[in-house]
Design a protein around this ligand. Structure first.
Ligand code: SAH
Length: 356
């Protein structure tokens, strides 16, 4: 199905140009942008302060890539909600809403599926179906804000997909999310996680955004990393770390390194020492994530003692370390797990499952 472009993905200045081409006054662009990004309209017909003629022109040239809620799962213990949303072209994506002491945070997907192939991750099992538009990334935030009726303060791009494999749309999303005419979320409250696509880390650094960059490291050396992350064949640790140093120089923002602990794979004392040496002296933060076992894979979570030992060794190297709070444990909140179980259980007819 050929779709028209996504109206929600246009920046205000692009909208102004577009409205001009339609022979209309540019202030209508401000109204449209407000409808989409402040009032979170779901249709052009809601834009009642536009003429019927302009609404028709918009509908003839654009679609709104709305999401609809397919399923919501709540983890009653910690107030985490996991949503499965359907896109207009019969795919499903997942997003997570989390409550913290300091506010409400959402985790969004950047692609339908993923082609990075990380061996422990459920999102990549069926490969990449397609990139999400900037509007669809924004719409995940808008939908959860509406469904929860809460003001979202933090956004993490750590759901399914590799955001730097969809870099232009990610940048567009970031600019619109931080736009004063939109939700106006501060860059400081936005985190993007990548498996380490070096040229894009550098490109992002040059933009000098105030966001947090998280790197999925998961191994202290290339040999081990290549065994669990195919992208490591293309992007080595030395190149990733030097791009991170460049990012820090350009932005002054401390990098987060994510390290999923998998029993017997990457949680040994020697791995901890090697990681400590690798990162030592850097102003960074290490986030240890006990791996979430995925049904299709046989990785096991490291034991409490091994996790504690790993953390201690890193701290001896004067690194700042946290162990990720296991939010949403009861609802398959690890990347891609809900979408995966929905698809393998049949889901709704055609809801993205055909690509597997
Ligand atoms: N593609 C991006 C963002 C998505 S994944 C990236 O690679 O960073 C977000 C984080 O969750 C990554 O660090 C990813 O490696 C990790 N992750 C994926 N599946 C996991 C699992 N089953 N258990 C623990 N962490 C997982």
């Amino acid at each position: 199905m050929e779709r028209k472009p996504d109206l929600r993905s246009l920046s205000l200045s692009e909208l102004k140009d577009e409205i001009g081409h339609m022979g209309e006054k540019s202030f209508h662009a401000v109204q449209i942008y407000e409808w989409l990004h402040k009032k979170q309209a779901q249709s052009v017909d809601e834009m009642t302060n536009l003429s019927a003629a302009l609404r028709e022109k918009l509908k003839n040239s654009y679609d709104l890539y709305n999401l609809t809620e397919v399923k919501a799962l709540e983890d009653c213990e910690d107030g985490t909600f996991k949503y499965l949303f359907a896109t207009g072209d019969e795919n499903v994506i997942e997003s997570v809403f989390m409550s913290y002491e300091h506010g409400y945070s959402v985790c969004i997907s950047s692609q339908v599926g993923c082609r990075m192939g990380c061996s422990f991750c459920a999102s990549t099992i069926g490969g990449k179906v397609r990139d999400l538009t900037a509007g669809e990334m924004l719409e995940q935030v808008y939908m959860m804000q509406k469904l929860q009726n809460k003001r979202i303060s933090n956004v993490v791009v750590m759901g399914s997909g590799e955001p730097f494999d969809n870099f232009d749309n990610f940048v567009r999303f970031y600019e619109m999310l931080t736009d004063k005419d939109g939700l106006n979320i501060s860059g400081r409250n936005i985190t993007v996680s990548t498996c380490g696509i070096i040229d894009k880390i550098r490109e992002l650094a040059d933009k000098k955004y105030a966001l947090t960059l998280a790197i999925s490291l998961h191994a202290p050396n290339d040999e081990l990393r290549r065994r669990i992350m195919p992208s490591a064949n293309k992007y080595n640790i030395e190149g990733i770390i030097s791009a991170c140093d460049y990012f820090f120089e350009q932005t002054g923002r401390r990098i987060t390194f994510e390290y999923s602990l998998m029993s017997g794979i990457n949680d040994s004392e020697s791995c901890a020492n090697e990681l400590g040496r690798l990162l030592s002296g850097r102003n960074c933060h290490v986030n240890l994530i006990p791996v979430n076992p995925v049904k299709e894979r046989d990785y096991r979570r490291s034991g409490e003692k091994d996790i504690a030992r790993f953390k201690k060794i890193l701290e001896k190297n004067k690194l700042n370390v946290t162990i990720r709070r296991g939010l949403g444990k009861n609802i398959d909140a690890a990347c891609g797990q809900l979408r995966r179980s929905y698809m393998t259980n049949g889901g709704e007819k055609g809801a993205g499952g055909s690509k597997d």
